[in-house]
Write a protein that binds this ligand. Structure first.
Ligand code: R5P
Length: 298
């Protein structure tokens, strides 16, 4: 299969290409001095089924714009079908109207991608269970939860509690607990300021243990996890681990997480975290094989 990679996560695209025996198609991506892009497909894609790999992360607008142009160039050049591997689908936060007058950003993004000819989407760990309903095309949502279960088994921890840092994450934690044979889990109730996005207050239900593992879909500023870990610490937790599928690490997140009471932050490579943004407590697990499996089986 011919693979076209955007600039957001070339490392992941390379791993996928190697394991499915895919060949990279040439793309010319030129950036003008005013930061506009010009994209050109350098291959003959007429009547071919092609794969595009692009994720979003700290600069979603930049990567989405690049992706839109890649898709348009492929479609205009006659590609028969386009499968988009978008491991982290940015703009999921705004998946409905929270306050009157707001845009539903996620719907805008999906509509544009579909109008540009994406036939199938492969993504990871959506923010909410309702998100697949936004798509008209085929969508496959993969999950890092089984991978986190393997990691927890490897860690050989004695007695621990799983923690969902908000109500939206309960299903994920329940699924993980089931795979692991039923360890206890607790849920933190988070109250956010809808204007600033800051965490206003947190409380939890259940019993904290000495070892706590917080499970989340995404880390952006890290504020949710730091607030949750402080709360767990105040209530008796000693070793706090975090496992999250997508590591955006916006702004000061790497420094704040490194300085926090969290012992280890484990994420996957759905988003490429450049070396300069990595920190000592961070561990990255690859999910490239899960995407390759999905591609081989479809
Ligand atoms: C929220 O509902 C999500 O599951 C994450 O907990 C949240 O988006 C993380 O954001 P931040 O790292 O900025 O607190």
């Amino acid at each position: 299969m011919l693979i076209f990679s955007g600039s957001s996560n070339k490392n992941l695209a390379k791993k996928i290409a190697e394991s499915i025996d895919g060949k990279f198609g040439g793309l010319e991506i030129h950036t003008f001095p005013d930061r506009e892009n010009r994209v050109r497909v350098e291959e003959d894609v007429l009547d071919l089924d092609v794969l595009v790999v692009e994720s979003t992360g700290v600069t979603p607008n930049l990567y989405y714009m690049e992706l839109f142009l890649i898709l348009d160039s492929l479609k205009r050049s006659g590609a028969r079908s386009i499968t988009l591997v978008i491991p982290y689908l940015g703009y999921q936060r705004q998946d409905h109207i929270f306050r009157s007058g707001e845009a539903v950003s996620l719907q805008v993004i999906i509509d544009i991608l579909e109008s540009l000819g994406v036939d199938k989407f492969i993504s990871f760990e959506f923010h909410s269970v309702k998100i697949p309903e936004f798509f008209k095309s085929e969508v496959v949502e993969l999950s890092a939860i089984p991978r986190f279960a393997e990691k927890i088994k490897e860690m050989n921890l004695q007695d621990y509690v799983l923690v969902s840092p908000d109500m939206g994450g309960i299903a994920r934690v329940k699924k993980l607990s089931e795979i692991l044979g039923g360890p206890d889990f607790i849920t933190v109730e988070k109250d956010r300021d809808l204007n600033t996005g800051d965490v206003k207050s947190m409380k939890f239900t259940g019993k904290v243990k000495k070892i706590a593992i917080i499970i989340d879909d995404v880390i952006s500023t890290g504020k949710t996890l730091i607030a949750a870990s402080n709360l767990l610490k105040e209530n008796g937790a000693q070793d706090i681990y975090v496992m999250a599928t997508h590591g955006i690490f916006a702004g000061e997140a790497p420094t704040s997480l490194q300085a926090s009471s969290i012992k280890k932050v484990i994420i996957t490579d759905t988003i490429d975290v450049p070396k300069i943004r990595r920190f000592e407590k961070l561990e990255v697990i690859s999910i490239s094989d899960m995407i390759s499996e999905e591609l081989k089986n479809s």
